[in-house]
Unconditional design. Structure first.
Length: 657
């Protein structure tokens, strides 16, 4: 029995597990860990992989599944909305980058044909890396995320004409015109199939499969659609990845798309890891050691050129300065499809082996740097915005009309562009609750302005935007942005403006709860945990467990995991709440430099001076109910106070001294 491929898989998984364990501890993106694994096992270092071709096949499957899930998260409707970005933005970015790189290539003593070729393959960005990072950050549907996706789609489409054009650069003269015409006809046929599949075929087929109530059959059918359509586009002269993306689009608008997404995710994550490993295997460390100055110079030039040109493209498309920076950095690396075209160019002798290796080193290093550049993109944009930037550059070429908002008090401010935030705004409107929504997505803002909704376009991290939404007089702020770092920055800014406002935050993970409380959130709703609680509560109801026991059980689960003390207090003090509706319970973090630090709770005289009662104290993840008066306040303590909002605001001000 031939087991070499199995040995290779075991080696890759073992090393990837070890490397990722270390990288997770150091909070370094796992993509880098996979690439490092590839470098270690590759032919240029340890050379312990015996079947690299088989690994490349699994890597290709990883890209196919990644693009399929991207298609599932998108839709034909969204794709139609970004058609201008795909063709206009993609064209500008690709040809400007290719032109600048071509000119720079002349300084490397490349002939014009080689310079043109390298210019075009350098213009491509990494679909797999960028979309994976956007997916992890829940920014795929954001304004800048849609622009990045549109440009990447154009780049994927242009790969095939590049392959057809390569022999021409080598001096051969194939019938490019007729091939392009045939390719265009094939593209129209594929688009027609996708449209028909999305509107008629897939809903019916998936319904029939779902009726069987067989999860294995459903998964097999989903994989069949994904792989078969990828193979179809490949046979018609296009890439496997674009076929998988279109297959996802066919299913995206059916009611089964979320179920399909959940089934595919484990396979996608596993096979995508092989893709990044295969990228690392291509890197020749010896070439870098022999030419370190040339490699570093080329990497810097490529990143700078791509960031500025891609960012400029985003600005032309109407992005704000911050969006321009995000688009530029997102597309600042060389793409995986460039390797395919570069290999063809090497075979046709359009480029020499030296420049092929230089290109590989540059491409892989820029791809490895992408996760780190993503991390600094927003902080960098925020710092640059502090400079005296012209208004047109700051707000973009096509600033949205500002809605005139009346002076509001005791209203709700919804912050976020996801469906949850939008649905809450709809419910508030239905119940005649005054609200203002802050949305960092101009397309969504335009749609909602047409419906005369009180919505503001802007980044809630910026204080002027919060003030325009009258956050200082608002009763409640709901932060539903998905990204933890952004949510923390927004909470911090809100607390600087208003001490009394009740802040409710949505987060993904229960591990984020404590950090958000410490910054000033009053309530934190971790999605993954609350979903589990909701399901478990339904189970208890189905088992006819008494309601009072269910309440105690659910409350205990919450306390054990993230200590939402307010739930228990509300149950115990229900009579107080009915009689004193103006009272609230707030979690107040004692500032590290507070003059109260080191003193007892009794020393604060909160009840006497502020009519506020201390009902609990959280210290080192331990909740202390009814703390003693002689308890000394320590670093990291969180006080749970009950009282009127304005009185609690006074206490917060006192503790800040």
């Amino acid at each position: 029995m031939e087991t070499s491929i199995l040995k290779d898989i075991v080696i890759i998984f073992a090393l990837a597990t070890l490397v990722n364990l270390v990288f997770t501890k150091l909070k370094i993106p796992t993509i880098i860990g996979y690439m490092l694994t590839g470098i270690l096992v590759g032919p240029h270092l340890l050379a312990i992989i015996h079947q690299p071709h088989d690994i490349e096949i699994m890597a290709e499957i990883g890209v196919i599944l990644l693009m399929f899930t991207i298609g599932l998260e998108f839709s034909l409707h969204h794709l139609f909305r970004i058609r201008k970005i795909v063709f206009i933005g993609g064209f500008i970015q690709l040809f400007l980058t290719a032109g600048v790189t071509m000119v720079l290539g002349r300084f490397y003593d490349l002939n014009w044909n080689s310079a043109i070729f390298i210019g075009f393959i350098t213009a491509l960005s990494s679909t797999a890396i960028v979309l994976k990072l956007l997916q992890e950050r829940s920014e795929l549907s954001s304004n800048y995320g849609r622009t990045v996706l549109g440009i990447l789609i154009f780049q994927d489409l242009i790969v095939v004409p590049m392959l057809l054009f390569t022999p021409f650069l080598a001096g051969e003269h194939p019938a490019i015109g007729s091939q392009l015409i045939i390719l265009s006809i094939k593209a129209v046929i594929i688009i027609g199939i996708v449209y028909a599949g999305n509107h008629w075929l897939m809903p019916k087929l998936l319904y029939r499969v779902a009726l069987t109530k067989n999860p294995e059959l459903f998964l097999m059918f989903i994989l069949l659609i994904c792989l078969a359509f990828a193979l179809l586009t490949y046979q018609m002269g296009m890439s496997l990845a674009i076929g998988a993306f279109l297959a996802g689009l066919m299913i995206s608008e059916t009611e089964y798309s979320h179920n399909a997404f959940g089934h595919i995710i484990p396979f996608k994550d596993t096979f995508t890891s092989f893709f990044f490993v295969s990228i690392g295997m291509m890197l020749d460390g010896g070439f870098i050691r022999e030419n370190p100055g040339m490699v570093i110079l080329t990497v810097c030039m490529v990143i700078m050129a791509k960031v500025f040109i891609a960012g400029g493209t985003g600005f032309i498309l109407g992005h704000t300065f911050k969006g321009t920076v995000l688009v530029g950095i997102a597309l600042g690396q060389v793409g995986e499809f460039s390797f395919i075209v570069a290999k063809v160019g090497l075979n046709y002798e359009v480029i020499t082996p030296y420049f092929y290796q230089l290109f590989l080193a540059t491409a892989i290093i820029t791809m490895s740097l992408s996760p780190f550049l993503f991390r600094v993109a927003r902080p960098l944009a925020d710092q640059l915005l502090k400079l005296p930037i012209p208004k047109n550059l700051r707000e973009g070429l096509f600033p949205l009309p500002q809605v005139e908002l009346p002076d509001l008090k005791n209203h709700v401010v919804f912050i976020g562009k996801d469906s949850r935030s939008h649905n809450m705004a709809i419910m508030a409107s239905h119940n005649k609750i005054p609200y203002i929504a802050i949305v960092f997505d101009p397309a969504m803002v335009q749609d909602r302005l047409k419906k005369h909704e009180p919505v503001l376009y802007g980044d809630a991290v910026n204080e002027p935007i919060l003030r325009k939404a009258h956050i200082d007089t608002a009763e409640v702020a709901v932060v539903s942005v998905g990204d933890l770092i952004t949510a923390m920055a927004i909470i911090e800014k809100i607390r600087l403006i208003s001490k009394h406002i009740h802040i409710i935050v949505r987060t993904k993970h229960v591990t984020d709860v404590e950090d958000l409380y410490k910054l000033g959130a009053n309530e934190v709703i971790p999605e993954e945990f609350e979903t589990g609680i909701d399901i478990f509560e339904r189970i208890l109801i189905k088992l006819l467990v008494p309601r009072n026991l269910i309440d105690v059980t659910i409350s205990g689960i919450r306390d054990d995991n993230y200590g939402i003390f307010r739930e228990r207090v509300k149950k115990r003090k229900s009579q107080v709440y009915r009689e004193l509706p103006n009272f609230e319970i707030s979690a107040v973090a004692v500032p590290e430099l507070s003059s109260a630090m080191g003193h007892t709770i009794d020393y604060l005289k909160l009840k006497k001076n502020y009519e506020v009662i201390t009902v609990a104290l959280r210290r080192n993840n331990l909740l202390i109910e009814h703390p003693r008066k002689e308890t000394i306040l320590q670093k990291g303590d969180i006080l749970y106070l009950i009282g009127k909002p304005e009185k609690i605001a006074e206490v917060i001000g006192f503790l800040s001294l």
